[in-house]
Design a binder for this molecule. Structure first.
Ligand code: GKR
Ligand code: MG
Length: 427
């Protein structure tokens, strides 16, 4: 089975005005849908974060990958490495990862695995070694936010919405509003653990929000807070001590492995990261500094599904817990995350997902269902999802019209507050 073509489609997905340490989400999150076309008529899908650099690189890759055997994933990876491996490739300081190579590996590998699964009539989870579980636990992911639905409505609300669709539009800037958001999200999706994106408001408010969530949900619902590395060590110790016994894990309160290692000696809460240990090259120093207890994988950033399986084994070897990080995404990514979550032998925590915040979809049949906080492995070969071409076209047209080319939360925040700036450390 050989690659005959690759189609890369940039899309813009409606996203509400969510706040984080780096600023504000734009009305649209950018994604790229990749289709790998084969000589036997099978098409493999994947979805990755959108940026001009990733899109242009995927386009440049095409002639190098056409003619390659889909099963030869090492050869394909080497070709990508040869083409783009020599460029400077930094994760960056923002909450999300901006490396190129890992995105390219992931985009092509996931689509190839989808083809292989379709060819063999087996789900992707079986290509990763088979199921360790049939359904995968996900966590509620709360955000401080301004009022607004995002997308075409921006900061306005759709007055006909109800339930979660209404709640996702409402302002959340206080502990009480965060509790209301959590209740609405958990009622709709049945999540059994809760994460709050921090680093956006004063730590007093964020810490009080965690205490209010504990009060509202009781001790059986695990809670996590993620300030995206923007707090000083002193602040993280001070508020960490107040949240001991409350948090299941404390995600990237401070920046870098050394500070995380220092914090872990002072505060009795497991530390998790998707910011300080983000590649295989970071593992030796992670062990040296004791920088985290839990690594949050993400197949988009760790170079694909098989690389994430390797990470899972490394986590087991070094006594690290394993869970999963997320960004704004649609159903193809959700399907891939679910296959991976079902395959990993070592899974201690419910996975992150932004999925409830996005109402758009590119897969046939609409959004994958989250029930009681779990997602079942999609049925059918490969990823088990099919592209809805009408939706793809609609979201692509929207991409062309919306004018956004890169994610830049600082720029979006400046539109609301011109004096705002993204500091590497605040509070
Ligand atoms: O969507 O604002 C966001 C998040 O802050 C995201 O960009 C992060 O990468 O969810 C992520 C995290 O856990 O740090
Ligand atoms: Mg995080």
């Amino acid at each position: 089975m050989k690659i005959t073509d690759i189609y890369n489609t940039q899309i813009a997905v409606g996203d509400p005005p969510l706040l984080n340490a780096a600023g504000l989400h734009a009305p649209y999150a950018l994604r790229i849908i990749v289709e790998v076309i084969t000589d036997v008529g099978i098409i493999g899908l994947s979805e990755i974060p959108g940026s001009e650099k990733i899109y242009n690189s995927l386009e440049e890759l095409k002639p190098h990958l056409i003619g390659q055997d889909i099963f030869q994933l090492h050869t394909i990876k080497n070709l990508i490495q040869d083409e783009f491996g020599k460029q400077e490739d930094q994760r960056g300081v923002a909450p999300w990862d901006q490396r190129l190579l890992v995105h390219l590996f992931s985009a092509i590998e996931v689509a190839c695995l989808d083809c292989i699964g379709k060819k063999l009539d087996r789900p992707v989870v079986d290509l990763l070694g088979g199921r360790s579980r049939d359904k995968v636990p996900f966590s509620a992911y709360l955000f401080y936010k301004y009022e607004g639905a995002g997308g075409e409505l921006g900061f306005d609300m759709d007055s006909n919405a109800f339930g979660w669709l209404k709640a996702r539009q409402e302002e959340a800037l206080s502990p009480d509003q965060i509790v209301s958001q959590a209740k609405a999200m958990c009622e709709e999706f049945g999540f059994q653990s809760i994460k709050l994106k921090g680093g956006a408001l004063h730590p007093d408010i964020e810490c009080n929000s965690m205490l209010a969530l504990r009060e509202a949900f009781g001790p059986d619902v695990p809670l996590r807070l993620d300030p995206n590395a923007i707090w000083s060590l002193e602040t993280a110790i001070k508020y960490g001590k107040k949240m001991e016994g409350i948090l299941e894990y404390y995600e990237d309160p401070v920046r870098g492995q050394k500070k995380m290692g220092a914090l872990s000696k002072e505060v009795n809460i497991p530390l998790a990261t998707n910011m300080c240990t983000t590649s295989f090259e970071d593992i030796p120093s992670s062990i040296q500094f004791g920088s985290e207890h839990i690594i949050l994988s993400d197949h988009h950033f760790w170079g694909g599904l098989r690389a994430s399986m390797e990470l899972n084994k490394i986590c087991q070897t070094f006594g690290r817990g394993f869970s999963m990080h997320s960004n704004s995404h649609l159903g193809i990514s959700m399907a891939a995350m679910t296959h991976l979550g079902a395959a990993v032998p070592h899974l201690d925590y419910a996975l992150d997902t932004h999925y409830p915040w996005q109402v758009d979809e590119v897969i046939k049949g609409g959004k994958l269902q989250i029930e009681e906080g779990f997602v079942e492995v999609p049925k059918g070969p490969g990823l088990g999802v099919e592209l809805d071409r009408e939706q793809l076209q609609k979201l692509h047209t929207r991409f062309l019209e919306c004018g956004l080319k890169e994610r830049n939360d600082e720029v979006e925040m400046k539109k609301v507050n011109p004096d705002w700036k993204f500091d590497l450390q605040r509070w």
